[in-house]
Design a protein around this ligand. Structure first.
Ligand code: PRP
Ligand code: URA
Length: 209
């Protein structure tokens, strides 16, 4: 079964507090979400392979390391996932960015696909699916399905806040996918919002209703 990792770094937890705060406006929220995404990416990429190189310092030649293997693929789930991408790219600028578009039908809470565009060599890349919210898990499960259908084999999921229901769905339907969270919250309410959560991530990030 995939691992569920709650990243408890103090900086992540501190910034998440202000992300949750209803008084935080869109501009500050976007900055904080990108900062947390960058910190999370630091933790999530610990396992990346490196290869040895030699580099000439001003003093002498030194043995050193650079990232090896295929470039990472970042896949934000539109729209709210976009709010985390720049933060990750600041750390890993060479990553390729695919996009998958799902919205949640407000009545059925089922994900509806409207866009998929992925980088080439899907089967050779490691992907990080990115979305601030893992609520019922429907959108993330469908996004992972969309990647797997196109040949992706190595996928991680990165979210700010999750409900237990969403974590259970992903671990059941996609046991090969490790999940990385800043917080695992208490529950979902009857409208499918995470409790306590942070509200509607897309609307708060982009100033819509
Ligand atoms: C939100 C969020 C996730 C989804 C989570 O997107 O960004 O994609 O809901 O809910 P789920 O786990 O129950 O599927 P939303 O559908 O509001 O679309 P948006 O990003 O365009 O605002
Ligand atoms: N989508 C959001 O943006 N927030 C939630 O709490 C649940 C789904």
């Amino acid at each position: 079964m995939g691992k569920v990792n709650v990243l408890e770094h103090p900086l992540i937890q501190h910034k998440l507090t202000y992300i949750r705060d209803v008084k935080t406006g869109s501009k500050e929220l976007r900055e904080l979400v990108n900062e947390v995404a960058m910190l999370m990416a630091f933790e999530i990429t610990r396992h990346l392979p490196v290869r040895e190189v030699s580099v000439q310092t001003p003093v002498r030649e030194a043995k050193s390391y650079v990232l090896a293997g295929k470039k990472l693929g970042l896949v934000p789930i539109l729209r709210a996932g976009l709010g985390m991408v720049d933060g990750v790219l600041r750390l890993i600028p060479a990553a390729k960015v695919g996009h998958v578009g799902f919205y949640r039908d407000p009545d059925t809470l089922q994900p509806v696909e409207y866009y998929v565009k992925l980088p080439s060599d899907v089967h050779e890349r490691e992907f990080i699916v990115i979305d601030p919210m893992l609520a019922t898990g429907g959108s993330a499960a469908a996004a992972i399905d969309a990647l797997k259908t196109r040949g992706a084999r190595n996928i991680k999921l990165m979210c700010l806040v999750a409900a237990p229901e969403g974590v259970e769905k992903i671990t059941k339907e996609h046991p090969d996918v490790d999940i990385y969270l800043a917080a695992l919250d208490d529950s979902l309410n009857d409208k499918g919002y995470i409790v306590p959560g942070l509200g509607d991530a897309g609307d708060r990030l982009f100033g819509t209703k």
